[in-house]
Write a protein that binds this ligand. Structure first.
Ligand SMILES: Nc1ncnc2c1ncn2[C@@H]1O[C@H](COP(=O)(O)OP(=O)(O)OP(=O)(O)O)[C@@H](O)[C@H]1O
Length: 248
């Protein structure tokens, strides 16, 4: 990424957590405009905590796709996606839309659903969708917000690899910057510009994706490591955790 662009966000030694509980102490990182960042780390490493902090700081520029979707099971796919822009319409329009969908939002959301591969599900209650269909609905709601940045907490966790790529491409087409938590290491290297890796409350990886290997990403996950005996050669799975930083 060109260094000349002013960062969208720079954290310098900030404690992030929940209430009194610090999860990521003294965290420093920079997000630049135009960057696509993959956020990796084992369960409980603090990915959601970091995304929540980014969202709070970046405010209205952010399209947000949360981990547990936050969809309303009793409402149709159309209405759940419409909720992405609820605040832009009057209470009366929103009420009317519940009974009889408004023409323009219906057209826009139908187009979106077509791209997401859920066009035939627009009228179906979310409670009757598969996990992958729900995930696409949640992405649809975030896309419908039409923001500049996309923050996603495992938005492609429940879909197959082809669909994951397709969905990430849709996200890219509409947002110049994104930070997406995911567990698919190959995708992190092939699709993103930068990787942030969290482990043990630290950002231990902050490097361009094209400078990293799968072994580097494996080292983020405790299960990938086994103790090295003195008579053993060091292997990618046993070598010490890397700590790449794009800057000091
Ligand atoms: N609302 C909360 N209040 C207090 N502690 C929390 C809260 N949410 C998460 N935590 C704690 O913060 C730590 C990091 O959790 P977080 O959800 O950020 O991890 P994660 O990397 O997103 O995990 P996963 O991959 O399982 O979603 C965990 O120890 C978790 O128990």
């Amino acid at each position: 990424m060109p260094e000349r662009h002013a960062p969208l966000l720079a954290l310098e030694g900030i404690d992030l957590g929940h209430g009194d509980q610090v999860v990521l102490p003294r965290l420093s990182l920079t997000l630049r405009p135009g960057e696509r960042v993959a956020l990796l780390g084992p369960s409980g490493a603090g990915k959601s905590t970091l995304l929540a902090a980014l969202r709070a700081r970046l405010g209205d520029d952010v399209a947000w796709c949360p981990q547990h979707h936050g969809l309303v099971p009793g409402l149709a796919v159309y209405h759940n996606i419409y909720m992405g822009r609820l605040a832009e319409h009057s209470a009366l329009a929103n009420l009317w839309n519940l009974v009889r969908p408004l023409r323009e939002p219906w057209r826009e959301i139908a187009e979106l659903c077509e791209q997401l591969g859920i066009a035939e599900l627009m009228r179906r209650p979310v409670g009757r969708l598969s996990g992958g269909q729900r995930q696409r609905t949640a992405i649809g709601r975030a896309l419908y917000q039409r923001r500049r940045l996309f923050l996603g907490d495992e938005p492609v966790a429940s879909v197959d690899p082809h669909q994951a790529l397709r969905l990430l491409s849709l996200i890219d087409a509409q947002h110049d910057t994104c930070v997406i938590a995911l567990h698919q290491r190959e995708l992190a290297l092939s699709h993103f510009d930068r990787v942030w890796g969290l482990r043990d409350g630290r950002l231990v990886l902050d490097a361009p994706a094209d400078e990293l290997s799968l072994d580097d990403l494996d080292a983020l996950y405790p299960d990938a490591e086994t103790p090295v005996r003195s008579d053993q050669q060091e292997t990618p799975a046993t070598r010490p955790l890397p700590c790449y930083r794009g800057r000091v």
